[in-house]
Design a protein around this ligand. Structure first.
Ligand code: SOE
Length: 369
């Protein structure tokens, strides 16, 4: 008698990926790690689909998105295409009865994101947005400390997300033009992660903000640019904590520097995405650096620790843990902290508030939804 060690009893989740770039590779790796099977890939063209299917090791190439979205042998669709295509593809996937993982921003308008969140809810499908920085174990440590009251009342936030891949006028990408990237670029691309992480960790919402944006180059590679490079935001949370957020894709030497520093009435907490094994705990008498260690971790953090202490975990590990939770949800579980289309909608609402404030000289805007 043989035992099938790959059978979890839940069946294998069959995935399809739309898109063939960097993010498609990250999704593919995570889907496999979660025990999924990559059945098909589709990109914008037949040749592109074939190349992507070969590169990703998919079962087949579909010649277009419609073919993949209606294929009977696909349970979950991963959408890794340019921002402006997300909403329509995600809606088609939900209407075809598929579970969906859609890259952020979920939609380029809050109204579209709302429709998607409502459709997913009404259809009872798992619909997730990869706000994957939630999946760093030390982020969960920070969240647990705040929830347990150890940090005290939140007073201030000093947070930033800095990159430099747009520093030169020759740096170009589809995200810089609103017809493919949406009206916001830096905020929608990385400010969205920052705000999601802040609200996730502090357990309350940003209720008002004042923003200024800056576009440094009005042309890149000889083509006009209509999105922002830099955003500075003042925020106030529901409990009255005040904070500053700096978001830039033109900060020389900063590659993917997401930093969360929260100051409570008893403790401060600081997490840096590029040093994900550490959480700084600041106290008046004696500050300390908490290192990732499953043996001493909060249970929510421990469950995301894939390797023993001292074996650094990183971006792909966080992504893998996210997809593992998505697939567990498809199999009927209710994992804590899964970022859903409701969170994608929240992010779109914040993005519109930032643009509205900036368009009005930095006026304070209440974030209502
Ligand atoms: C580029 O700015 C990018 O790849 C984002 O699109 C991702 O969401 C972020 O995780 C890393 O940077």
């Amino acid at each position: 008698m043989t035992t099938d060690v790959t059978d979890t009893g839940l069946g294998t989740i069959r995935a399809g990926i739309l898109g063939g770039g960097f993010m498609a590779r990250v999704h593919r790796t995570a889907a496999r790690d979660a025990g999924g099977e990559l059945r098909a890939v589709a990109t914008r063209s037949r040749e592109g689909s074939r190349d992507a299917a070969l590169a990703l090791g998919a079962g087949r190439a579909e010649s277009d998105a419609a073919g993949l979205l209606t294929a009977a042998d696909i349970d979950v669709v991963h959408i890794c295409t340019p921002n402006a295509t997300h909403a329509e593809l995600a809606l088609q996937a939900l209407n075809a009865g598929k579970h969906v993982v859609c890259e952020k921003p979920l939609a380029t308008t809050a109204q579209d994101a709302k429709v998607l969140a409502e459709t997913a809810e009404a259809r009872g499908l798992v619909a997730a947005v990869p706000f994957i920085y939630r999946y760093h174990p030390m982020v969960r440590e920070a969240r647990a400390r705040i929830a347990r009251g150890e940090a005290g009342d939140l007073l201030t936030l000093d947070c930033s997300y800095l990159q430099d891949w747009m520093l030169l006028s020759s740096d170009d990408d589809w995200r810089v033009r609103s017809e493919s990237g949406g009206a916001s670029r830096a905020f929608a691309d990385i400010g969205s992660h920052l705000c999601d992480l802040i609200e996730f960790v502090i357990g309350e919402r940003i209720h008002a903000l004042s923003a200024r944006t800056r576009r440094v180059f009005s042309e890149r590679s000889g083509q006009s640019v209509d999105t922002e490079d830099i955003v500075a935001v003042l925020v106030e949370t529901e409990s009255g904590a005040l904070g500053t957020l700096l978001i830039s894709q033109m900060a020389a030497g900063r590659k993917n520097a997401l930093t969360l520093e929260l100051h409570g009435s008893r403790q401060s907490l600081r997490f840096e995405q590029e040093r994900p094994e550490e959480l700084w705990i600041g106290m008046r008498e004696e500050s300390r650096l908490l290192l990732r260690d499953p043996a001493t971790a909060d249970p929510d953090s421990a469950r995301l620790q894939r390797v023993p202490a001292g074996h650094p975990m990183g971006y792909q590990d966080a992504f893998n843990s996210f997809i593992a939770d998505v697939y567990a949800a498809i199999a009927g579980a209710e994992p804590d902290g899964l970022p859903t289309f409701a969170d994608g909608y929240r992010s779109a609402v914040l993005t519109e508030a930032v643009l509205a404030s900036a368009a009005d000289g930095g006026r304070w805007v209440e974030v209502t939804a």
